[in-house]
Design a protein around this ligand. Structure first.
Ligand SMILES: Cc1ncc(COP(=O)(O)O)c(C=O)c1O
Length: 374
């Protein structure tokens, strides 16, 4: 039996007919760029995310770049983000010419630490070299960041707040999506994400009319009212019609899949609570999308080898935080060291997680993990 870390095939088999007929109808009408499926998907996505607008774009990285461009954030500006994330969060900032300022995380939730954020904002203001403009919170491994506190901080310093929900799209805090607090939510449809397509894709959700109009222009080369008069320097960053056709049936079952992921996560927690000292910590009132089920062990490399010998794949998110990576190590960090970030990165390791993980397979994984941590 082969155990998969993420199983895209089972979902594909389940949705095969709808996906195939969606693809066929795109091939028939031939509107490959911003065709009717994109509009329909955007409408359904906005409904799902309880937002006024959902705008598709080429990937989850551009989904962050586009609002930064819309707010004219660039050279001389500081944008605060965690370092314990995929590099794309910081890459998007750096590509606008702005400076990413790395913040530490809460030791147990792995999401941005509001106290570290506030200290960093004050350091930047004191140094007067950069102008604080925005905060990007990441819903790491599927869990909502602490938006009520983050939005209060962002408001008091007049900063924009972006929810990078590439991993956590669909997460709620006390029944509310991050957009309830953030100016914008971004997501990625990279195939391995909880809501993924079969290529690259991303989206931006907002309730702000002017921002939505601006982003709609920016994702299409900065187009204006007249076809050949571009009013902004933009990007070519649209969601393909074919990908939208694939995402439409996937979105229909997304809520159900999130529920199943929660069921599986709870089974893992039950089976491992007496064996693994550091299991995922979910904040009160949060429903996670469980993009990853991440535990901490003393020696993740040894643990990974032990599981691999038994046919169980694992993945490490993230053994090297972004502020320690070659391309990003010259950017500022809060304080002298990001202690929690560095500590977590030495211990975290993720177990197989997807909505098609059956009880039997999960029990095998639990049993092998119990032995491997001894
Ligand atoms: C937290 C985070 N932000 C941004 C991205 C970028 O998304 P994409 O790969 O679609 O550009 C990813 C995923 O890869 C991610 O995990």
């Amino acid at each position: 039996m082969s155990i998969k870390f993420i199983d895209l095939n089972s979902q594909q088999l389940r949705l095969k007919d709808e996906i195939n007929s969606g693809i066929q109808s795109v091939l028939k009408h031939g509107q490959y760029i911003l065709g009717p499926e994109v509009r329909k998907f955007e409408k359904n996505l906005a409904k799902f995310g309880k937002s006024k607008y959902a705008l598709g774009c080429a990937n989850g990285t551009d989904a962050i770049v586009l609002p930064l461009l819309a707010w004219e954030i660039g050279p001389g500006d500081a944008v605060f983000c965690p370092s314990f994330t995929y590099c794309a969060t910081a890459e998007a900032i750096a590509n606008t010419g702005a400076t990413p300022v790395f913040i530490d995380i809460h030791r147990r939730t792995y999401n941005i630490d509001p106290e570290s954020l506030e200290r960093a904002i004050n350091e930047v203001k004191k140094n007067r070299q950069l102008v604080p403009r925005a905060v990007i919170a990441v819903d790491l491994f599927g869990q909502s960041a602490n938006y009520p506190i983050l939005s209060a901080i962002a408001k008091s310093y007049d900063l924009k707040l972006i929810a990078d929900s590439a991993q956590g799209f669909g997460t709620t805090l006390k029944g509310k999506h991050p957009l309830h607090w953030a100016d914008i939510t971004t997501t990625s449809f990279f195939p391995a994400k909880p809501l993924g397509c079969y290529g690259d894709g991303g989206a931006i959700l907002t309730n702000d009319d002017n921002l939505a109009i601006r982003i709609e222009s920016l994702r299409f080369h900065g187009k204006g009212e007249e076809k050949y008069d571009n009013t902004h320097v933009g990007l070519n960053s649209r969601l393909d019609t074919l990908q939208a056709a694939i995402l439409l049936p996937k979105l229909k079952i997304f809520s159900e899949e999130i529920n199943v992921r929660n069921f599986i996560a709870n089974r893992y927690i039950d089976g491992l609570k007496d064996h693994v000292s550091c299991l995922p910590k979910i904040m009160n009132g949060v429903i996670s999308t469980w993009a990853q089920f991440t535990i901490e062990v003393t020696d993740p490399e040894l643990f990974a080898r032990r599981l691999k010998e038994k046919g169980i794949p694992t993945a490490r998110y993230y053994p090297k935080p972004v502020h320690q990576q070659s391309a990003y190590s010259h950017f500022p960090i809060e304080g002298k060291k990001l202690l929690n970030t560095e500590d977590c990165s030495n211990h975290t390791i993720s177990l197989p997680m997807h909505p098609y993980l059956d009880n039997r397979t999960q029990d095998i994984i639990i049993e092998i993990v119990q032995k491997a941590v001894k």
